[in-house]
Design a protein around this ligand. Structure first.
Ligand code: HEC
Ligand code: HEC
Ligand code: HEC
Ligand code: HEC
Length: 122
């Protein structure tokens, strides 16, 4: 048995481990590989204190914190009025911003499963 033959299984295992662990490493490193709304805000110059009164935060911010910068739902609706089904102007005014837009986990489309509009919630 040659040295090359006995080393190759270890190399394969190492490569498999690297492939398996890469997504884990990406999810642990803050901001790396993430596309969460809080990261987008950070890139737009809005830091933690832009939404949270206290840092480190003692809880989620008031739902009205979004209005301060974006205006209320009717104001935001102007930005999305070209969509066939405006997510900000519907028969569900009871949905507050963070019903759909999550800041620290992936956002969700609350119009599904009743409708399939095929939109991506940022
Ligand atoms: C654009 C507004 C916004 C920004 C910026 C933001 N957050 Fe948040 N944060 C929220 C909202 C809204 C929630 C409620 C959960 C959600 O929607 O993800 C929350 C929840 C949290 C919570 C959980 C609170 C609890 O007890 O439930 C922590 C901790 C937190 N944020 C920390 C941070 C830190 C640290 C930063 C800066 C890196 C930050 N947040 C930036 C809006 C924001
Ligand atoms: C301190 C000001 C500020 C606050 C508070 C704030 N935002 Fe923003 N937000 C911004 C800026 C600046 C941008 C980037 C420019 C833009 O799209 O308006 C942005 C962008 C966004 C976008 C678009 C992201 C994209 O990919 O197009 C969404 C959605 C959003 N904010 C939702 C929220 C929600 C929900 C809250 C409340 C939890 C919130 N914002 C609070 C300033 C703010
Ligand atoms: C029913 C789910 C839902 C709710 C509730 C909701 N949004 Fe949105 N929002 C969306 C979707 C979907 C989009 C993406 C629209 C598109 O594809 O252009 C969006 C886009 C946005 C954008 C980016 C608009 C642009 O110019 O591209 C902002 C800012 C925003 N939302 C803020 C808010 C704020 C502030 C609230 C609360 C007042 C809110 N949204 C409530 C689903 C929602
Ligand atoms: C719990 C289920 C449910 C949810 C959630 C829901 N809808 Fe509806 N929606 C309905 C029903 C039921 C109708 C009436 C059925 C019909 O006549 O098409 C309807 C009708 C509509 C219509 C008019 C009919 C059409 O297709 O043009 C629009 C537009 C609409 N919904 C948009 C939305 C939007 C945007 C959201 C998310 C903010 C939403 N809906 C969330 C159940 C729902």
């Amino acid at each position: 048995m040659t040295g090359g033959r006995s080393r190759s299984p270890y190399l394969s295992i190492l490569l498999i481990l690297l492939v398996l662990l890469a997504p884990l490493a990406l999810s642990v490193l803050p901001g790396v590989g993430a596309d969460l709304l809080a990261d987008k805000h950070a890139k737009a110059g809005v830091d933690c204190a832009g939404c949270h009164k206290k840092v480190p935060p003692e809880g989620p911010p008031s739902p009205t914190v979004c209005y301060g910068c974006h205006g209320d739902i009717s104001k935001v609706a102007e930005r999305t009025q070209k969509l066939p089904h405006n997510p900000h102007d519907s028969h569900r005014p009871d949905f507050d911003c963070d019903a759909c837009h999550h800041l620290h986990k992936p956002s969700e489309d609350r119009c599904t499963p009743c409708h399939q509009f095929g939109v991506r919630v940022p």
